[in-house]
Design a protein around this ligand. Structure first.
Ligand code: NDP
Length: 460
């Protein structure tokens, strides 16, 4: 056998682990290298701990809502270290499950940083060992962008550090207006931290349907988050008491306990040796791959955030499955990146799939827009002003629902189901033929009778 392994995977996150397990189960000799804990961004420092913190932060509103239902909840107290440590214990449990699953599949786990030497050879950084492989899969994910040219940037934290804070800050300012900024603003403000978002554009959540983004921005403000738009940090200083002083481009100064960067993520390719092997990268450092996740070097593939296609865990898993099916199961499989749903776990959370209204107006001749804005039943007795916004975007030529956008409780759960209908290209008539489930918020999705906007008119 000319190579040590049939497959060498670099990075044991969602994509790498899935590919390694499937390949090993098919009988291939597989090794997977990881220089951190097994599980990757999602399990160790992303989706899983983040969602648990969101659950934790939701309780403050639940306690407030309880009074309208007759409950007296006297002076509830929150303890950060309990939540933080319980979340980390769950992360450790999941990480060990990932390890067990890899072992059970027969993959060799190498706890080291692997670097590529050439198209079939890798060197382990700590041990200095080299291994050869017929195929190399790069699944190294990404890391938080830090604005290196900003004076005082080293005083800021990323979401990775936010999970491990020794104590809960009394105040925090978060740079950015995307997924991570909104989710961590939701977490911190829910836990009682005075929270400010500083976003360079006019409205956060760029790329989401504009009305949905506006709804979330208004809700964040209504619930006490300061959202400053049209501003960036110009400098961060440390005060004598350890607090931070953030200078903003709008001449505002903020004195806060912590500063957090949530200004995007970059692919982890630095120092991996991919250039030496001739692998082509984008200017952002992402591995350029074809629809089967193959790079320009025939023996090297890449899946997940390191390819900077759609940076979501389930996408990395599907890309990995496609790779394993193509290379080890004789079933060429390219993952279809169209109509991937996503969710922002804010307050309210957002679920979205397909075209936004603006995208649809740009791409489709005639559209219809259906909208429903309502106060969910639970919130009425609770005296909670939070409203739900739902939108359906329909291609008027064939009646297909091409976009669904929801901001409100359970939006991430609802969008998973709605995504089946969008992926299945169901028509608005078919949605309407589906009988409602009452009383639910979801029933609104099949009860939106009249469009609020036709053709290419501006919305009413
Ligand atoms: P996003 O790309 O979602 O948002 C980055 C934000 O930072 C944008 O508001 C952007 O502004 C702003 N920004 C970018 N560069 C600068 C800069 N130099 N100065 C000031 N502001 C800047 O990135 P996140 O970091 O929030 O998340 C990274 C990725 O991780 C997401 O895109 C998503 O793919 C994934 N993720 C998914 C989650 C989920 O599924 N729930 C949760 C968390 C992350 P502008 O809009 O103007 O470009």
């Amino acid at each position: 056998m000319p190579y040590d392994y049939d497959l060498f995977v670099i990075g044991a996150g969602s994509g790498g682990v899935r590919a390694a397990r499937l390949a090993a189960k098919s009988g291939a000799r597989v090794a997977i290298a990881e220089d951190d804990r097994i599980g990757g961004t999602c399990v160790i420092r992303g989706c899983v701990p983040k969602k648990l913190l969101v659950y934790g932060s939701d309780f403050a509103q639940h306690f407030r809502d309880a009074a309208g239902f007759g409950w007296t909840v006297d002076n509830p107290q929150f303890d950060w270290t309990t939540l933080r440590d319980n979340v980390q214990a769950e992360v450790s449990r999941l990480s060990s499950l990932y390890r067990k699953n890899l072992e059970a599949a027969g993959a060799a786990i190498i706890e080291d940083r692997a670097e590529v030497i050439n198209a079939h050879t890798l060197r382990m950084k700590q041990s200095g060992e080299t291994h050869t492989a017929e195929r190399i899969l790069v699944a190294t994910g990404g890391h938080t962008s830090i604005p290196g040219d900003l004076k005082g940037h080293e005083l800021g934290i990323s979401s990775t550090q936010a999970f491990h804070l020794e104590k809960l800050p009394r105040s925090i300012v978060i740079a950015g207006g995307g997924y991570i900024a909104v989710e961590f603003a939701t977490i911190f403000s829910g836990l009682g931290v005075e929270t400010t978002i500083v976003y360079r554009g006019a409205q956060i959540l760029r790329g989401f349907d504009s009305e949905i983004a506006n709804h979330v921005q208004c809700e964040l403000r209504r619930t006490g988050v300061t959202v400053m738009t049209g501003a960036v940090f110009t400098e961060i200083d440390k005060l004598p008491d350890g607090r931070k002083l953030a200078f903003l481009s709008n001449n505002i100064r903020l004195e806060v306990d912590d500063v957090m960067f949530a200004i995007g993520r970059e692919p982890n390719t630095k120092g991996l040796g991919l250039e030496k092997a001739g692998v082509q990268l984008t200017t952002r450092g992402a591995v350029i791959v074809d629809e089967y996740s193959r790079s320009n070097v025939p023996s090297i593939w890449a899946v997940g955030d390191v390819t900077d296609r759609i940076n979501l865990t389930p996408v990395a898993i599907r890309e990995a499955q496609g790779f394993a099916a193509t290379e080890f199961m004789k079933t060429p499989t390219a993952f279809d990146h169209a109509d991937v749903a996503s969710a922002v776990f804010g307050r309210p959370p957002v679920g979205a799939v397909g075209l936004t209204e603006a995208d649809a107006r740009a791409k489709i001749d005639r559209i219809k827009v259906f909208r429903s804005l309502f106060r969910p039943m639970r919130n009425i007795l609770a005296g909670n002003e939070q409203r739900t916004l739902m939108k359906l975007i329909v291609d008027a030529a064939n009646d297909r629902v091409v976009g669904v956008h929801i901001a409100g409780p359970e939006a991430p759960e609802l969008i998973q189901v709605a995504a089946i209908a969008v992926k299945g290209q169901l028509t608005k008539a078919q949605w309407d033929a589906t009988c409602a489930v009452h009383p639910t918020a979801a029933e609104e999705l099949v009860l939106m009778g009249e469009p609020v906007a036709h053709d290419n008119e501006a919305p009413a």
